[in-house]
Design a binder for this molecule. Structure first.
Ligand code: PLP
Length: 467
């Protein structure tokens, strides 16, 4: 393309003002914020100008330009963080926001944060109060611990505890527990950040009580046990039961801390899950400090819970770092409302979405899968739908080897590829996140909530209907 031709095309482009004055422009201005409309028009015209100058192929028709501006406005005016439908069956999906909160919990969060609140004000005494009082009693009641504190997340809780209890001194950890949780939480790194000196004992597969005992010296500040969370060492493997570590710690007067990771508040044994300790069980065994996440098996907002002996929790609370990792009022409101549900375990299993989704019976899930498949059959053509038995995972590094029996809907599209369907679902409103399995698209009904079904069916039908 020669220079004269480029100039001719450039002068044919509308100006921003011209676009804003035409009927489309006037329509957009009546519906969207002016700054967004102006930015969209500018960006689309600028990109056409660039194409012309570079000699790249570009659609200069008014209809093409209008349609690009419309899409640009839509993307500029929509939120980046969006609700979506999780059809993966993974209940505590870290990439998809971990624990879902109930409407009841959310309405309390909304009431507390849409107003002033007594966050740090003691209403009875009429003077300054502490933000931790709102959840302390609930946590000590549920876990049986003497004292409790919540910080921003469990990584912060571990960091804060190490920095308070072991700065400049040694912390004994088994080599089998030097874990990486994901998102760059690695035990040795957190140890270094907390100013503690890691004293590794044992081997990857076996650590004995005498390994711990031999490592204790005058500079030992803490014995730390870390839940292996997202992996398991099987075969010729052995660790030290927490009760034995507690006895050892008493004998040598060194405190013991357990980073439980997920932190389950209920007994999962009736569900056939035998190796996930409950927080109250660990507290009862005599561990001095226990830390766990708020948004894993507990089913609350993001937070790191520290429970244990008062003399340690008080010291932890006074660490200057505690202020840097403190929890905000929305999370406190969500914790208080979530923890209240635990006063009756049967109620908690019903009202807390994480527990509800994990502990549903396969029959309940099957009924929902059938309902989804029937609606899809009716509303969406161009595909084969079937229900099949599958297994879902807890996720979030929780219960890694437990498979929860589930039912899923499989979709085999007739005119588009499975990959194309997966992509279209992901880019829909709301986005639907699904897995591909055996050349068909799989919607695990475990994490598809009743209120999601209408949207899900509409989105799938629309994705299947266009070529
Ligand atoms: C998940 C986990 C953490 C990190 O907790 P966050 O709340 O995500 O910060 C730390 N330790 C263990 C063992 C975990 O499983």
């Amino acid at each position: 393309m020669d220079k004269a031709e480029k100039n001719r095309l450039l002068s044919g482009l509308p100006s921003v003002d011209e676009v804003l004055k035409n009927p489309d422009g006037q329509g957009w201005l009546s519906l969207f914020q002016r700054t967004i409309v102006v930015q969209a028009v500018r960006e689309v015209i600028a990109s056409r100008r660039k194409d012309i100058l570079e000699g790249s192929a570009t659609d200069l028709s008014p209809a093409g330009i209008t349609s690009d501006i419309r899409n640009k406005i839509a993307s500029l005016s929509s939120f980046s963080l969006l609700p979506l439908i999780n059809a993966t069956g993974i209940v505590i999906h870290t990439n998809l926001g971990r624990a879902v909160l109930s409407d009841k919990v959310l309405s309390h969060v909304s009431a507390v944060s849409g107003s002033y609140s007594n966050l740090e004000y003691d209403l009875a005494a009429g003077k300054r109060g502490r933000r931790h009082t709102h959840t302390k009693r609930l946590l000590t009641d549920i876990t049986g611990a003497e004292d409790a504190l919540i910080v921003n997340n469990n990584a912060a809780a571990v960091l804060l505890c190490l920095s308070t209890m072991a700065r400049g001194r040694e912390v004994i950890v088994s080599r089998s527990e030097l874990v990486e949780i994901g998102g760059s939480f690695r035990v040795p790194d957190v140890m270094a950040a907390g100013g503690a000196v890691l004293r590794e004992v044992g081997t990857t597969n076996k650590t004995h009580l005498y390994d711990y005992e031999n490592a204790i010296n005058d500079n030992t500040a803490l014995i730390l046990k870390v839940h292996q969370s997202n992996y398991k060492i099987v075969g010729f493997a052995e660790g030290v039961p927490i009760e034995d570590l507690v006895s050892l710690s008493r004998k040598h007067q060194v405190p013991v801390m357990y980073d439980l990771g997920s932190g389950c508040l209920i007994d999962l044994r009736p569900y056939g899950i035998h190796d996930e300790p409950s927080v109250s069980g660990i507290v009862r065994s005599g561990v001095d400090i226990v830390t766990f996440s708020g948004d894993k098996l507990l089913g609350g907002p993001q937070g790191g819970i520290i429970v244990g002996q008062k003399r340690y929790v008080e010291k932890i609370q006074k660490n200057p770092l505690a202020r840097a990792v403190r929890i905000d009022k929305m999370a406190i409101a969500a914790f208080e409302a979530t923890l209240r549900e635990y006063s009756d375990i049967e109620n908690a299993k019903k009202e807390i979405p994480v527990l509800n989704m994990l502990l549903q019976t396969p029959e309940e899930i099957r009924a929902r899968a059938k309902k989804i498949a029937a609606a899809l059959q009716k509303e969406a053509g161009n595909a084969d739908f079937a229900i099949f038995r599958d297994a879902s995972k807890a996720g979030g590094g929780s219960l890694p080897e437990v498979e929860f029996p589930t039912y899923a809907v499989s979709i085999k599209p007739a005119h588009i590829s499975v990959n194309e369907l997966e992509l279209r679902l992901r880019r829909s409103t709301p986005p639907v996140i699904a897995r591909i399995k055996d050349d068909s698209l799989t919607l695990d009904a475990r994490t598809i909530r009743k209120k999601d079904i209408d949207d899900l069916v509409r989105v799938v039908a629309s994705c299947l209907s266009s070529e």
